[in-house]
Design a protein around this ligand. Structure first.
Ligand SMILES: [Zn+2]
Length: 606
């Protein structure tokens, strides 16, 4: 009898496992799973309600900006406060922590949702309410100082755009140096603020068990600090042979241009960007005249074309509410309001309310942007399905969303695609090598900065409490090590050159997201081109390929309900790696063999 009872009990458990949907599975005699689910459901209902109110308020304040009227901004702030009071509440933190202590009784999906609740709480935990308040005020003040700074050259006020213009176009070394030094003055006034934020960002996340603010951000990838740093160094090492060629080419090319001796390392003020992160304006390529081809089209045509592209891959048409509620075109002349002109894609309720904010005009930039933004929208639509709980409706990791959008934007600008859309003549000639060089000066050059200098400095700043009198020294050590760039003269600790980078101030410790997104996009594009379309990755046409659509949906549909490494591995058979990016730029290695012949290479190994 005893045996039988035990056997029937097992049977009952077996059936509950088999027939109750995964999210509600109850394991063993314990009802931890059921209790946790009840908590998750209640949390989700309240979260969705408050988040939707906030998103709508935020949407209004971005699409309707009336000078002197801060009604929308106030409503947005109030809604954010209500939302964060809830997400950071001690009750939610303690409950999620308590359930996570009994993980054996939970499903993997429940564990993921509880972790997501804790992660969201980590930004504004009620347990350190006063520190959170202080941090928000300090962040606002820091951003105001940065954006309100009066840049000056020779005593005359200039805008950051003026500085950039000089760095991009001037061949006069003295003028360049003045512009570069002027751009770094803002660091002086931001240095104390960064020290304050170093303390506040660390102390607000530590109560939840994170060792530092960097550790908090990295944990979102499910990696340890060391795993993330190793991954980023792997990218840098993989790209090093190509970066060494670009570094050598730039030293000789610029020395010629400025009529100077060839320097040992690249002087920061010689480069067309204040941080040396993008050198693409060093080459001019005569490309296709897409602007000309789009001139006669309407903005509506452009957005519809982008939608048609996704439909051709087997995605559904956009919901009517997208067209009714989005803000897609420039504000009409003479209107009494303005709107944010930066393009974005929104998932307001984590259900069907998807919108885009753009100011589409008939030109090549907006053509690419429309395809990019709809990439985000179709990612939202794909992971809004019954298998993905609302709390996990986001990219597989923070980099996936951007990787997908950027990849589609790039694919939509390749010649065979444009030919197919009637936007490029069949016999148009483009200098492929120069075009590839321009792309490398953007994507490859960006990696040592985004996967080296920035994350290394922020790791030391937060995780190792880098003392204030070493900020500048440490910053330039990493700039030299990863980027092979040196300042025009020694930069003392009265400066804070790291502080001149926006993200150090207002988007801390997640800059490597951009590096990972780039690595990922080349990997996905390479797979699509070579394995699915059997086309040259430099000249693809995704249009109309259901197989490409199936591949993308496999990646997009699970949102963050599955481990991002598994998602990539199952889709491509590979781990995250810069090899595809390297292969894409392979033809350049042959080009550099000739161009850099006999030149001295000075970039160190990592
Ligand atoms: Zn984007």
């Amino acid at each position: 009898m005893k045996y039988l009872a035990f056997a029937s009990l097992l049977l009952v458990i077996f059936f509950s496992i088999a027939f109750i949907p995964d999210g509600q599975r109850v394991v063993g005699a314990s009802d931890v799973g059921a209790d946790a689910q009840k908590f998750i459901d209640e949390y989700t209902a309240e979260y969705l309600k408050l988040r939707y109110i906030y998103s709508q308020a935020s949407w209004n304040s971005n699409t309707r900006i009336v000078e002197g009227d801060d009604t929308n901004a106030k409503a947005e702030n109030a809604a954010l406060e209500r939302l964060t009071t809830f997400t950071g509440s001690t009750r939610n933190i303690e409950k999620a922590q308590a359930f996570l202590k009994e993980q054996a009784g939970l499903t993997p999906l429940q564990v993921k949702q509880l972790r997501s609740i804790l992660y969201t709480a980590g930004e504004y935990p009620e347990t350190v309410k006063d520190l959170v308040k202080e941090r928000i005020a300090a962040e606002t003040a820091q951003t105001e100082k940065l954006y309100g700074f009066d840049f000056k050259i020779d005593g005359k006020s200039v805008t950051p755009n003026d500085v950039d213009e000089i760095l991009r176009t001037s061949n006069d070394p003295a003028r360049r140096r003045k512009a570069w030094e002027a751009s770094k003055e803002v660091g002086r006034v931001l240095k104390d603020g960064l020290t304050n934020l170093q303390r506040l960002r660390n102390t607000t996340v530590r109560p939840l068990g994170y060792s530092s603010y960097v550790n908090y951000q990295i944990s979102d990838y499910g990696l340890t600090n060391q795993e993330m740093l190793q991954l980023l160094d792997k990218f840098n090492r993989e790209l090093r042979p190509l970066y060494r060629e670009l570094h050598t080419w730039a030293r000789y090319e610029l020395a010629k241009r400025y009529n100077q001796p060839v320097p040992e390392q690249l002087p920061a003020d010689w480069l067309p960007n204040r941080w040396g992160q993008d050198w693409s304006s060093l080459v001019k390529v005569e490309g296709l005249d897409i602007d000309g081809a789009l001139k006669s089209k309407t903005p509506e045509w452009i957005v519809k074309q982008a939608e048609q592209f996704y439909i051709s891959l087997g995605f559904p048409p956009l919901p009517q509410s997208f067209w009714d509620k989005s803000s897609l075109y420039p504000v009409p002349a003479g209107a009494s309001y303005k709107k944010n002109t930066h393009a974005s894609a929104w998932h307001l309720d984590l259900q069907a309310d998807v919108r885009s904010l753009m100011s589409v005009e008939p030109n090549a930039d907006w053509y690419e942007t429309a395809h990019h933004e709809l990439g985000h929208i179709y990612y939202y639509i794909s992971y809004t399905n019954p298998d993905v709980p609302p709390l996990l409706r986001e990219g597989a990791n923070r980099a996936y969303h951007e990787a997908v959008g950027t990849m589609i934007g790039l694919a939509a600008m390749q010649k065979p695609f444009l030919e197919g859309r009637g936007l490029a003549p069949k016999n148009a000639k483009v200098n492929q090598t120069q075009e590839l060089l321009r792309e490398a000066l953007n994507y490859v050059v960006f990696t040592p900065f985004s996967a080296g200098t920035m994350p290394r400095f922020e790791y030391d700043l937060y995780e190792q409490n880098l003392p204030k009198d070493q900020y500048n020294k440490r910053w330039w050590e990493y700039v030299l090590k990863y980027q092979g760039i040196v300042p025009p003269a020694t930069r003392g600790e009265e400066y804070c050159d790291a502080c001149t980078k926006t993200h150090i101030n207002d988007d801390a410790a997640q800059y490597y997201d951009y590096a990972i997104a780039n690595i990922l996009l080349f990997q996905l594009h390479d797979h699509i081109a070579r394995k699915i379309l059997k086309q040259d990755p430099h000249a693809t046409n995704y249009y109309g390929s259901k197989a490409v659509g199936d591949f993308l949906r496999k990646i997009l549909r699970p949102g963050s309900s599955r481990d991002w490494r598994m998602v990539l591995k199952e889709a491509t058979g590979e781990d995250l790696s810069a090899k595809a990016m390297l292969r894409y730029f392979e033809p350049l290695m042959k080009y550099f063999k000739q161009v850099n012949k006999g030149r001295k290479y000075t970039l160190a190994e990592i």
